[in-house]
Design a protein around this ligand. Structure first.
Ligand SMILES: NC(=O)c1ccc[n+]([C@@H]2O[C@H](COP(=O)([O-])OP(=O)(O)OC[C@H]3O[C@@H](n4cnc5c(N)ncnc54)[C@H](O)[C@@H]3O)[C@@H](O)[C@H]2O)c1
Ligand SMILES: [Zn+2]
Length: 369
């Protein structure tokens, strides 16, 4: 089993990574945090697969545990779900000496974390992420939130977990769509922070998902280490953490213009990453190592991630980016690649993308696969 220490000034915690960890959650919690009351929150896709094993382990180790199973999907991550969660916390008498355990993807993690942050002004919270996206991204960093009809993640908090337990075996049952979604963020991590991870992906990608699963422990470990180091430098997201947004400016615009029913987040980020690298190469070649864009494209292709810009009007994409920027309340910082494994931020505007989005000569590079 691997252990990654997330070194935060106020509250440090460990991320444990190991195959089969799911079956000894109770023992790990008892050893690290003592015996406690535990509310296990999951969804109706993950619950039937893994809940019983977690509950058995908790019971064996002497915890007083109860489950709450919610419907799967983003619509569960809503303010409207919270009364149900608070009712379960009340019914099971969860206090600050107990804990909330999130068993599921980013939806369950974000929602449970927000409930934990607000119940009795904050109770301990443990994450057992089961999707690739949650294992490499959402479960590390302490951002918890629910959505409002007005927008995603509008009500939230920084609430760091006490422990994160990652069992790579759970990925065996993850539907293909969500596997690819998570891969987008994995490639992003390689691009901005870890050239070794990028090379590993290049090696494993031709063997498909099976090839990647054969190396998954190392892939996850590298992703978690990278995210943990950025979060430790910038817990409250006021500086360095912005590099995690590589590919996200255009990616968010694509998602928004497709009404969140087209490309998944990770796929949209893949399109955004390729776009940035090509714009740099075409318009600011001195800022990026030669060949980086082609290497990125080749990896995205090998992973069956899209990089072709969907046929959306350039004006609509630019408008969506402006709106995003207005929401963020400050300058648009675009994250650029210096080389594979290293990124930097540039204060810019949606105009950075204008020529790429409207100029066929340039977009042809990515439109035709
Ligand atoms: N807090 C953060 O820093 C952060 C970062 C990135 C994303 N997020 C949030 O994460 C959410 C997306 O996370 P997600 O992609 O995990 O979505 P999700 O939680 O909806 O999970 C995706 C689907 O896969 C199923 N699933 C999960 N694990 C499974 C497994 N092992 N086997 C079979 N099915 C499984 C789920 O039931 C669900 O249907 C979004 O709400 C996003 O805003 C948060
Ligand atoms: Zn993302």
């Amino acid at each position: 089993m691997e252990s990654i220490h997330v070194n935060l000034a106020e509250r440090a915690y460990d991320v444990l990574l190991g195959r089969g960890l799911l079956g000894c959650v109770g023992e790990e919690l008892a050893a690290r945090l003592g015996r406690r009351g535990v509310l296990v929150i999951t969804d109706d896709r993950v619950g039937p697969l893994y809940l019983q094993r977690v509950l058995d382990s908790l019971a064996r180790a002497g915890h007083r545990a109860a489950p709450l199973t919610l419907p799967h999907g983003e619509s569960t991550k809503s303010l409207d779900t919270l009364p149900r969660v608070y009712a379960a916390l009340a019914a099971h008498g969860i206090t600050r000496s107990d804990l909330v355990l999130a068993l599921g993807g980013g939806v369950i993690g974000d929602l449970s974390g927000f409930a934990a942050a607000t119940w009795m002004r904050g109770v301990p919270f443990v994450q057992l992420p089961t999707s690739l996206l949650a294992q490499v991204d959402a479960s590390v960093g302490g951002k918890v939130a629910v959505d409002l009809p007005q927008g995603k993640n509008l009500v939230g908090a920084f609430w760091q977990p006490s422990l994160v337990l990652i069992d790579p075996d759970t990925l065996e049952t993850l539907p293909e769509r969500y596997w690819r979604d998570g891969l987008g963020e994995v490639v992003k991590t390689g691009c901005i922070l870890d050239a070794g991870l990028f090379a590993l992906l290049e090696e494993a990608a031709p063997q498909g998902r099976q090839g990647l699963m054969a190396r998954i422990d190392e892939i996850l470990l590298r992703c978690v280490r990278a995210k943990a180091s950025v979060v430790a430098e910038d817990e409250r997201d006021t500086g360095r953490r912005m590099i995690l947004n590589f590919g996200h400016t255009l990616g968010h615009a694509v998602e928004a213009c497709e009404g969140y029913t087209g490309h998944s987040h990770g796929e949209a980020v893949a399109i955004g990453m390729s776009a940035v690298a090509h714009i740099q190469e075409a318009e600011h070649p001195e800022t990026i190592a030669p060949g980086a864009a082609a290497r990125l494209d080749a990896l995205l292709d090998a992973l069956s991630l899209p990089r072709a810009l969907p046929a959306l009007p350039a004006e609509a994409l630019l408008q969506a980016m402006s709106l995003d920027k207005k929401r963020a309340g400050d300058a648009l910082r675009i994250i650029l690649l210096r080389r594979i494994g290293e990124a930097f931020a540039l204060e810019s505007s949606p105009a950075f993308y204008a020529r790429y989005l409207s100029d066929r000569a340039l977009t042809r590079l990515t439109v035709i696969r």
